[in-house]
Each structure stands twice: as C-alpha cells, then as structure tokens.
Design a protein around this ligand. Structure first.
Ligand code: PEP
Length: 262
C-alpha cells in the first residue's frame, strides 16, 4: 500500500518569526502521527531555518523549484545541489504558478526533474490543466503532454530511479489553486487513474508505487472525501499550510484515511 503524504507549499509567504511560530506549532501537532509522511516546501532564503527547526522531527522540508541547470550564470536560480546542501528531501517541479508566471515549460520541468534526481532529491512533479482547457475537454491531453515530457525525455531508467527516491506526482488543476474551488473527489480520482495509466503503459510496477497527490484548495472540510479515493495518495496544500491548525487537521485526516485504506 502506498503511504500517504501531505506537503505544504508556503509559496512566497513567511518571515523568520512567522516561520518559527508555524513550525513550532506544526511539529508539536504532528509529533505523534506516524502513519503518513509530512513535509513543507519553503522559500529558498528560509531553507537554513527550516533545516535547523525541522531536523529530528517527522516533518521533512523541500524547495519550491529547481533550476534546469546544474550551476552557472543563472541569476536568481536555485540548483538541486543547493537544496540538497540544506538537507531538503523534496523539490516541487513545474508548479502551475511557475509555468504560468515564469513561463516554465514541459521541457524545462523535465530537465529540472533530472537535476533533482541527480542530487538525490525526491521530485514532486506538478501537472494539471487550466479552466479553459477543462472547459474545452482537453484536460487529459494536457496532463498527458506534461507526463510525456518526463517519461520520454528522461526514460524509464530515470523513472525507476525516481521511484526508488519515492518520486511524487501532484495533480493540481490550476483552476482549483488558491481559488477555493476544489475538483470533486470523482474528478480528481479520474485524473489520478489517468496519470497512473500513463506510467503503467511503460511500467506497471512503477505505476503502482508512484504517489499521486491532489492539490487545489484542499482544506480540513474536504480532505477526507479526497483522501479516501483509492488513487489519491495525499495532498499538496497551499493556503491551509500557513495555518497550523488547518494543516495539522489535514495531516491527521491523511493518517485516518490511511488507516481506513489499510
Ligand atoms: C498549491 O499552491 O500547490 C496549492 C494547492 O494551493 P491552494 O491549496 O491554496 O489551492
């Protein structure tokens, strides 16, 4: 059985003081929960703080993006090795905000995925369609093209390595991110099955092991309906990851739904 995972994406929020208070509350609230995995992806300047406050706890940490390059003259970029230097376990890759606002493409996301693996990080590869794409009935085609960018560019060898590193896919329809509008559990489940099928066509055992998270306005009220779906292996949480009570509640739900699934 796949172990559930809940990852907070703080985006560009926080300060040294706010982070300290948030991490202190979250780690206290999650201390006794052990049948799911938890992590927070923090802004790069706070990686050192995250490392010092989270090491030794059951909450891992990660970066919010990875450069497609190993090193070089790329002002403002953050390399996979830099994230690894600060003890990161995870790295978000291809988040829709970066695809839309920073113009990251399937090609750059695939290159970043490869860099993350090379540095020993677990990539959390984000895929998902826009509202216009869903309304036009091309959601599956869009997600397939995002998946193919990884599967074809990197090949199955890399994907097998990715699975050893417990690589994660996050289905995040961009119309549900930060909008308060959530995909229904059935819509999310259907897309998760589709994503798993894309991988299964190349390797069924890899497909069975990859964790697929749902992201998009998950909150304490809707988490359990989403997490009980058989192909939803947890959540990528934006807004509610900034509120310790809400984030803890969502993590608790992941544990409870794991227990049900088990
Ligand atoms: C996200 O940023 O990945 C996200 C899912 O945000 P929210 O939970 O706020 O929709």
């Amino acid at each position: 059985m796949r172990r559930k995972l809940v990852v907070g994406n703080w985006k560009m929020h926080g300060s040294l003081a706010q982070n300290k208070a948030l991490i202190t509350s979250v780690t206290a609230g999650l201390r006794d929960l052990d049948n799911a995995d938890f992590a927070v992806c923090v802004p790069a300047p706070y990686l050192s703080q995250a490392q010092s406050l989270l090491q030794g706890t059951n909450v891992a940490w990660g970066g919010q993006n990875v450069s497609q390059h190993e090193y070089g003259a790329y002002t403002g970029a953050v390399s996979a090795r830099m994230l690894a230097d600060f003890g990161c376990t995870y790295a978000l890759i291809g988040h829709s905000e970066r695809r839309v606002l920073i113009h990251e493409t399937n090609t750059t996301a695939a290159a970043s995925f490869g860099m993350a693996l090379k540095a020993g990080l677990t990539p959390i590869f984000c895929v998902g369609e826009t509202l216009e794409e869903r309304q036009a009935g091309v959601s599956e085609a869009v997600v397939a093209s995002q998946m193919i960018a990884i599967l074809n560019t990197l090949g199955m060898d890399v994907l097998s390595k990715a699975v050893q590193l417990r690589a994660v896919i996050a289905y995040e329809p961009s119309w549900a991110i930060g909008t308060g509008r959530t995909a229904t559990p059935e819509q999310a489940q259907a897309m998760h099955v589709f994503i798993r099928k894309q991988i299964a066509e190349r390797d069924a055992s890899v497909a069975g092991r990859v964790r697929i998270l749902y992201g998009g306005s998950v909150n304490p009220s809707n988490a359990s309906q989403l997490f009980v779906m058989p192909d939803i292996d947890g959540g990528l949480i934006g807004r509610c990851s900034l509120n310790p009570d809400e984030f803890i509640e969502i993590c608790r739900t992941a544990c409870e739904t794991s227990a049900v699934a088990g």
